[in-house]
Ligand binder design. Structure first.
Ligand code: GRF
Length: 197
């Protein structure tokens, strides 16, 4: 049997998607990823404590400690290598990654975005979907590429926008769909990755 892929999850805050993936990985003996590290670019991120409680090595690399984006990413890359990480999952990680970093992790880094990509790349996705009078909304797990929110789509989940929905109510109803989708999409990404590499 193939060894589990040593996977790091990058977060910036609450970390509920990280917890969903880590719980699935810990509960399912045949899950293909071992969540071996959680890194937050914000030291105060609640997700760090949640990772700690799940006995996952968790560390903060504060982007504010670095003069340039590249310096921050060099530290991030070094930490990933030091923990022998093979695959990176961005889950609510609110830093744009440079082309240089993305290239180092090409085909080994994925992200979740709260919209039905290619619609609404960037921020405020829920408000933008409502303002556009869209009938449905959703989330997308995609490969991380040089362009923000532009990499190939791995999986999507969708929901109907209801009359009276606000950005907050939509975000709240979408979150459980994200948490259900991401552990499944990670399996698919790892399988695709094996076929491609
Ligand atoms: C999620 O909605 C994700 O799609 C977005 O940020 C949120 C992160 O939530 N990029 P959490 O930190 O996983 O709870």
């Amino acid at each position: 049997m193939r060894a589990k892929t040593r996977t790091a999850i990058l977060i910036s805050g609450r970390g509920s998607n990280m917890v969903a993936i880590a719980k699935t990985a810990q509960a399912q003996t045949d899950y293909p990823a071992n969540i071996a590290l959680v890194i937050s670019n914000r030291p105060e991120a609640a997700g760090l404590y949640k990772a700690d409680a799940m006995r996952i090595p968790a560390l903060a690399i504060d982007h504010k400690d670095f003069e340039t984006r590249e310096d921050f990413e060099n530290e991030l890359h070094a930490a990933l290598l030091a923990h022998e990480i093979e695959f990176v999952v961005c889950a609510g990680f609110m830093r744009v990654l440079t082309a240089g970093f993305v290239e180092k992790w090409q085909n080994r880094i994925i992200n979740i975005h709260p919209s039905l990509l290619p619609k609404y790349k960037g921020l405020n996705t829920h408000a933008r979907a409502i303002a556009a009078k869209d009938k449905e909304h959703g989330c997308t797990v995609h490969w991380v590429s040089e362009g923000v929110d532009e990499g190939g789509i791995i999986e999507q989940a969708r929901l109907n926008i209801l009359p009276g929905d606000t950005a907050d109510s939509l975000a709240e109803r979408l979150l459980p769909l994200e948490q259900a989708l991401y552990p499944k999409a990670l399996i698919k990404a790892l399988n695709t990755n094996i076929i491609d590499s």
